[in-house]
Write a protein that binds this ligand. Structure first.
Ligand code: NI
Length: 176
């Protein structure tokens, strides 16, 4: 089922999401919610989506990058489920790159992010996972993790001068 996406201004996008209790993960309705998250992400050509974006205040996010028309040059990332993730940087290096968000449709902005991060949490079956992500994958992890803390990418921009509508960005913007 495709879920309705909350846009900037909805208070849920500004709240820290609640941790998922371990006992809930195996329940059919929770597993269905994961399927719905993936379906919603695909419907809107997202490379990731977090539960607060579909009006559910839980520490859950899904990431997948596979031939996405919104990010045509991004390296592939297999479907990744994150429950109660914790994210920390590897090293101190930050890189700038373009981001958009399904909750701020039609916009792009340049955002500095850690180049590499370690993510610890649980997968969709509740098994502990520990991932090392770098480059665009690390960027998406930080973007989705921010959603779970009540932040959106414009909060992370150094200034708003790169904020652009997608269509204008495509005409005049820098490289992806
Ligand atoms: Ni987003």
């Amino acid at each position: 089922m495709i879920l309705k996406v909350a846009r900037l201004g909805h208070p849920l996008l500004r709240q820290r999401a609640k941790a998922v209790p371990a006992a809930v993960i195996g329940r059919p309705e929770f597993q269905r919610f994961f399927d719905d998250l993936v379906e919603t992400m695909h419907e809107y050509d997202g490379v990731g989506i977090a539960a607060p974006q579909v009006h559910v205040s839980l520490q859950v996010a899904v990431i997948e990058v596979a031939g996405n028309p919104r990010y045509p040059r991004a390296p592939r990332v297999p479907l990744t489920f994150l429950i109660n993730p914790r994210v920390r940087p590897v090293g101190r290096r930050q890189v700038r790159g373009w981001e958009g968000c399904l909750s701020l449709p039609g916009l792009r902005g340049e955002v500095p992010r850690w180049e590499a991060v370690i993510v610890e949490g649980f997968d969709r079956r509740g098994r502990p996972v520990r991932l090392r992500a770098r480059g665009f994958f690390a960027r998406v992890v930080q973007h989705e993790w921010d959603h779970l803390q009540g932040h959106v990418y414009v909060d992370r921009m150094r200034g708003l001068s790169s904020l652009a509508y997608l269509a204008e960005h495509a005409r005049f913007g820098a490289e992806e």
